[in-house]
Design a protein around this ligand. Structure first.
Ligand SMILES: N[C@@H](CCC(=O)N[C@@H](CS)C(=O)NCC(=O)O)C(=O)O
Length: 228
């Protein structure tokens, strides 16, 4: 049995962030599919990690939560030779951590607010929360587009942890707020992300589950065919 296990769900954007990182770092884990909708599974998971947020990495006796910490841990202890998502140069590493944080806080968070709203019963939906999430995404797209002018990846020359965060965040975000025509650099970056084999594999792995994504009708037909 592999000492490394990941509690996760293929549809979850934060879980995809770690799946992409595992693939990039050349690391195998036992994948333990988690159904938080099941009361028994939820309470067993809460006993492992009390925030109840996935993914959670188990490394021997150690539980490692929070995607950014998981990726740092994986790189430090388990990465295949020559693979890295956080550069050894300290200033470059700070830049990667900054852009990882920015994607989590300002793209993942509003994107999740849209999804959470759709998952609520109709009378409990809140147009103010959705309007704020839309405003935050529109603002983020504008500064991301500037940042990506002349860049292949968001932090440095190589694909990094920040790009692992970016791919699933943008994948779902564009279903709620598509890029404006002027966001050429961001749109080109998004296309590069979707072509990256590790990202394509994480999305492929999620495909059987997209029918449960509440905004599935807005997914690109490349990824989801409503007839299936
Ligand atoms: N800051 C956390 C966020 C993780 C997170 O929001 N996970 C979502 C799935 S994408 C989750 O577990 N949602 C279940 C819930 O809130 O009950 C991280 O980086 O790991």
């Amino acid at each position: 049995m592999n000492a490394l296990a990941l509690h996760y769900h293929p549809l979850s954007s934060y879980c995809q962030k770690v799946l992409i990182a595992l693939d990039e770092l050349g690391i195998d884990v036992d994948r333990r599919m988690l159904n938080l909708g099941d009361a028994a599974e939820r309470s067993a998971f809460l006993a492992l990690w009390p925030t109840g947020k996935m993914p959670l990495l188990i490394d021997g006796a150690r539980a490692v939560p929070e995607t950014t910490i998981i990726i740092e841990h994986l790189q430090r202890h388990h990465a295949a030779a020559g693979r890295a998502l956080i550069p050894s140069d300290l200033d470059q590493a700070l830049d990667v951590r900054l852009w990882d944080r920015l994607f989590d806080q300002y793209v993942m968070t509003p994107m999740q607010a849209f999804t959470a709203d759709l998952l609520r019963a109709e009378p409990d939906r809140d147009p103010l929360i959705v309007a704020k999430a839309r405003k935050d995404l529109v603002a983020a797209y504008a500064w991301l587009d500037k940042r990506l002018d002349g860049r292949t990846w968001v932090a440095g020359d190589a694909f990094t942890m920040a790009d692992c965060a970016a791919a699933p965040a943008l994948f779902y975000a564009v279903t709620y707020v598509p890029f404006a025509n002027e966001h050429r650099h961001l749109a080109a970056y998004f296309a590069r992300l979707m072509d990256r084999p590790s990202v394509a594999r994480a999305i492929d792995h999620a495909k059987p589950w997209f029918k449960f994504f509440p905004n599935r009708q807005a997914l690109d037909r490349r990824f989801y065919d409503p007839a299936t």
